[in-house]
Design a binder for this molecule. Structure first.
Ligand code: PEP
Ligand code: MN
Length: 335
């Protein structure tokens, strides 16, 4: 059960609600986010909702069975829209494209990418400065130095930044430069990191775990929301299956299912999803066709020379072609 409280609720009203629930044997878990105050309750048995609905300070009482509560579509009819500032939205009915290299490599690379984004009217650039790598000897990103170059070029051109955060201590130094914090597949169930991101007021994009179920992704989102941050975006990036013909199995089924189960925007990442450059465009379109609210995609001026994930990175010409196709497809879908 989710009890939505009035934002301007006073202490007396709040105490009355809590004690009424306690007397009924219901445990209360209070949640305060940027957008509201909620009491999350997990009653052990059926009870009459009318006994609390009339109490002062309550806006609404929703019966939400199951354990994904705050992220569930069962209580929130309107879909969540993420406002990144300066007219950049995710989940507002438009199609949000976030494109850029797997890793930030230097000033020239950033500038070239910014140009490619501007030419296509893309307002969000991706790029990792902290890279989770399977081998500890591989390139692991330029860190804060890279982020500051990234920020300089993007802020001068009205472009928002999405980049991966790998641990809680990185959040504070990254904060002034980042518009959307990405939680990578390898950290999908790092609950301490998720709770730390729950304490900030910036959008968070959560990738599905490498072998993560849809349920587990929703629980991860619930961790961030219940700690106080409802600015969440879910991302399908492929899962590990028995199939070895491609890097991951992009689970397109997850997109309509996540949108049905949750009110949060859902993004597709075809680059990691298939891991093969020549097929990325088709899988991006497929993601849009099944209802994704946007796209996270790896692009580079010379993918063969990219420091990381070159094999799945498309060049600017391919990106332009994709953007043209997306415009056509979205026009068709919105008809
Ligand atoms: C990335 O976006 O470059 C990345 C590391 O993604 P994932 O966490 O999905 O592997
Ligand atoms: Mn990558």
């Amino acid at each position: 059960m989710i009890i939505q409280l009035k934002k301007e609720i006073n202490n007396k009203e709040r105490t009355t609600i809590t004690s009424t629930l306690t007397e009924m044997g219901i445990d209360v878990y209070p949640v305060k986010t940027q957008r509201g105050i909620y009491f999350i309750c997990t009653p052990k048995k059926e009870f009459d909702i009318r006994k609390i609905g009339h109490l002062k300070g309550i806006t609404d009482v929703h019966r939400v069975s199951g354990n994904h509560k705050l992220v569930s579509h069962k209580w929130k009819v309107d879909r969540t829209v993420i406002d990144c500032g300066d007219g950049v939205f995710i989940g507002d009915g438009g199609f949000a494209v976030m494109a850029g290299p797997c890793s930030i490599e230097g000033e020239e690379q950033i500038e070239k990418t910014v140009e490619a984004l501007l030419a296509n009217g893309v307002r969000i650039m991706r790029g990792g400065v902290y890279k989770p790598r399977t081998s500890p000897y591989s390139f692991r990103g330029l860190g804060m130095e890279g982020l500051s170059l990234f920020y300089k070029a993007c802020s001068e051109n009205g472009i928002k930044i999405i980049t991966e955060v790998m641990e809680a201590t990185q959040i504070e130094p990254m904060m002034p430069y980042v518009d959307i914090f990405q939680v990578g597949a390898r950290n999908a169930q790092n609950y301490n990191l998720l709770e730390a991101l729950g304490e900030i007021d910036k959008p968070v994009l959560l990738k599905r775990g490498i072998s993560g179920t849809i349920d587990e992704l929703l629980y991860s989102a619930e961790y961030v929301f219940k700690t106080g941050n409802e600015k969440l975006i879910l991302c399908e990036r492929g899962i590990r299956t028995f199939e070895k013909a491609y890097r991951n199995t992009l689970d397109l089924n997850a997109i309509p299912i996540l949108k049905e189960k949750s009110h949060l925007p859902v993004i597709v990442d075809p680059s990691h999803g298939i891991g093969i450059r020549k097929h990325v465009l088709k899988m991006a379109l497929a993601g849009a066709a099944v209802g994704a609210d946007g796209l996270l995609i790896e692009i580079h001026d010379t993918p063969e020379k990219a420091a990381t994930d070159g094999q799945q990175t498309i060049d600017f010409k391919e990106f332009n072609a994709l953007m043209n196709k997306l415009t056509q497809l979205n026009a068709l879908l919105n008809n």
